[in-house]
Write a protein that binds this ligand. Structure first.
Ligand code: CA2
Length: 155
C-alpha cells in the first residue's frame, strides 16, 4: 500500500499569469520596465521551476475574461498561482473574485515598485486575496514570488 505524499515530496503545479501589455516587455518603455523580455522571464521561471521541482503552466493575456477563465480552470488542476495582473491590479474586481473563488494560494508580483509611481497604482484589488505581494525588483520579482509560493506550499 502506498503512503500519502508529504508536502515536501509532492510536485506542486503552479499557474503563472501575466496580464495586459506584458507581452511588450523589453520592446517598449525600457526606461520603466527594463530590457528583459517576457520570454526571458518565462525561461528563467522554467529553469527555477526545474530546480525547485515544480511544474509551471504559463499564460499571458491582454483580456480580463481570459485571465478569469484561466483562474477558474486552475481549480483542481493547479496548487497555486503566481500573477502579475498588470493594470488589472488596479481595476479588476473580476480577477479578485476569481482568485477568491478558487481559493488557491496566490502571490502577486510587479516589476516596478508600484508605490513609487502614480497614486492610482497604489491600490491593488488583488492584494487582499493574495498570500503576499512582491513589487519593485524587476524580473527578480517573479523569481522571488515563485520561491515564496513554493515555500508556502511546502510549509
Ligand atoms: O510593475 C508591474 O509589473 C505592473 O504590473 C506593470 C503594469 C502596470 O500597469 C502596473 O501598474 C504595474 C503595466 C505593464 C505594461 O508593460 C509594458 C511593458 C512594455 C511597454 C509597455 C507596457
Amino acid at each position: 500500500m502506498s503512503t500519502p505524499e508529504t508536502a515536501s515530496e509532492k510536485q506542486f503545479r503552479i499557474l503563472v499569469l501575466h496580464g495586459p501589455n506584458l507581452n511588450l516587455l523589453g520592446q517598449r518603455e525600457p526606461e520603466v520596465y527594463g530590457s528583459t523580455t517576457l520570454l526571458d522571464i518565462n525561461r528563467s521561471l522554467e529553469s527555477m521551476g526545474e530546480s525547485l521541482q515544480v511544474k509551471l503552466s504559463i499564460l499571458q493575456s491582454n483580456h480580463e475574461g481570459a485571465l478569469v477563465d484561466a483562474i477558474h480552470q486552475a481549480w483542481g488542476q493547479q496548487d497555486g498561482i503566481l500573477i502579475n495582473p498588470g493594470a488589472y491590479t488596479h481595476t479588476s474586481v473580476a480577477i479578485r473574485d476569481a482568485i477568491a473563488g478558487v481559493a488557491l494560494p496566490t502571490v502577486e508580483v510587479h516589476l516596478s515598485n508600484v508605490y513609487q509611481r502614480e497614486e492610482f497604482r497604489h491600490h491593488s484589488y488583488i492584494a487582499p486575496v493574495a498570500i503576499g505581494q512582491i513589487s519593485g525588483f524587476g524580473a527578480a520579482s517573479y523569481r522571488l514570488g515563485l520561491q515564496a509560493l513554493v515555500g508556502y506550499l511546502r510549509s
